[in-house]
Design a protein around this ligand. Structure first.
Ligand SMILES: Nc1ncnc2c1ncn2[C@@H]1O[C@H](COP(=O)(O)OP(=O)(O)OP(=O)(O)O)[C@@H](O)[C@H]1O
Ligand SMILES: [Mg+2]
Length: 387
């Protein structure tokens, strides 16, 4: 959808902003460009909509070299959220949002109706905020308007230059999540610039990690965190990359252990027999509706002479996550409940438990899978070396 072919940009004063850039953004993918200030992120972005022309190399959008596309026609297909938002101060929020549709010749009524729809979409009531001026908004609200404006003409491609840069971390995370929800339905092809590795990891299907004017690594967040391509990338993603990686690796069925399962209404004797049969010291306990109730230990059953029902002897514990959750969420449930495992559910169905040892295995396996470029569940854990 967007393709950089050996793109180099040298500014007239001799500054080489980017050198020999080559990567491709697939349709519907969100790619984050991350790197320190001055590494060439904005320059990269502006070569896509021809605000800047490359010195050499080609940029293709929807299969066509942009050098041969009329810039106005090109920009109709590319929404742009610029660094520092850049709303027109003397235009209302509604008119700001309607800028592009108006520019490309939509009737005023239609352009404004579309603008109102977009404001609604980014969580701003058009009746309240539409008539306001940018100065009468909070930083986060201004950034929402910037996003709404970029989406107004429904372009297939979106360029976002630090779209959530000017707000505090809490508002920022909310804006990020809102945008991800939007993106899940819109499936735009997005280039998003940030200098924040956390944001890059959270938002990106893929990440391009920039060093000075060049891409050091272009890969999935899990791969960038798990197998940094260069010492520079390793430094950039930080010493806590293992922790960050927890948030981009999902719990899979292969990660689960299957301890014995008992029901609250089951006789203690039956549960104890089953646990002995499996050589297990404890069992997961489900309620009569199959919901997670807690756990029961073999010792507790023995102390009670295996009399009564499992429910009488079980301990409550509701540490659980849905299948597919990030490992980080599973880990955080364990810590919060001071538990040695967390139950994994598929809808209401109990699938198994994740233990700290399995969590570690899952992390190791995902690093290895990324290194080989295949799905994590296809890797045989026994083949993973301890290196
Ligand atoms: N018009 C220009 N003329 C000369 N040099 C420029 C020009 N625009 C940018 N540069 C230089 O090109 C390099 C890359 O700039 P660019 O704006 O792409 O960086 P960036 O990664 O977006 O940085 P930031 O995170 O600070 O926004 C910098 O060294 C910058 O000083
Ligand atoms: Mg920039």
């Amino acid at each position: 959808m967007i393709r950089f072919e050996q793109v180099t940009k040298v500014y007239p004063d001799g500054t080489a902003a980017v050198r020999d850039l080559s990567f491709e953004v697939a349709e519907g993918e969100l790619v984050t460009l991350v790197g320190p200030s001055g590494c060439g992120k904005t320059t990269t972005m502006m070569m896509v909509n021809r605000l800047i022309e490359p010195t050499s190399g080609r940029v293709l959008v929807e299969g066509r070299d942009v050098a041969g596309v009329d810039p106005v026609a090109l920009r109709r297909r590319i929404g742009y959220v610029i660094q520092q938002v850049g709303l027109f101060p003397h235009r209302t929020v509604l008119d700001n949002t309607a800028t592009v549709p108006a520019l490309i010749g939509w009737k005023r009524v239609k352009a404004r109706a579309r603008a109102a729809e977009l404001l609604e979409l980014v969580g701003l009531d058009p009746k309240i905020y539409g008539p306001r001026y940018p100065a009468q908004l909070s930083g986060g609200q201004r950034q929402r308007v910037g996003v709404a404006r970029a989406l107004a003409a429904d372009p297939p491609v979106l360029l976002m230059d630090e779209p959530f840069g000017a707000v505090d971390p809490v508002a920022r995370e909310r804006l990020q999540n809102e945008f991800l929800r939007l993106q899940a339905t819109m499936r735009k092809t997005v280039l998003l610039v940030t200098h924040d590795i956390e944001e890059a990891v959270r938002m990106g299907d893929r990440i391009a990690v920039y060093g000075e004017g060049r891409v050091e690594q272009y890969d999935t967040p899990a791969a960038v965190l798990g197998a940094p391509a260069t010492a520079y990338v390793a430094r950039f993603v930080g010493a806590d990359r293992g922790l960050k990686r927890l948030s981009v690796t999902a719990v899979e069925p292969a990660d689960l252990e299957e301890p014995p399962v008992a029901r609250t209404d089951e006789p203690a004797r039956d549960a104890a027999a089953r646990m002995r049969g499996q050589g297990a010291r404890w069992a997961v306990v489900l309620g009569t509706g199959g919901e997670l109730h807690g756990w029961v230990s073999a010792d507790a059953l023995a102390e009670a002479g295996e009399r009564g029902s499992v429910g009488d002897l079980a301990r409550r514990m509701e540490a659980w996550v849905p299948l597919g959750s990030p490992l980080k969420q599973a880990f955080s449930e364990m810590l919060q409940h001071d538990a040695g495992w967390v139950a994994v559910l598929d809808g209401p169905r109990f699938l198994g438990v994740l233990t700290p040892a399995k969590l570690h295995e899952a992390l190791r396996r995902s690093v290895d899978a990324d290194a080989q470029g295949i799905g994590r569940s296809e890797v045989d854990f026994d083949s993973v070396s301890d290196a």
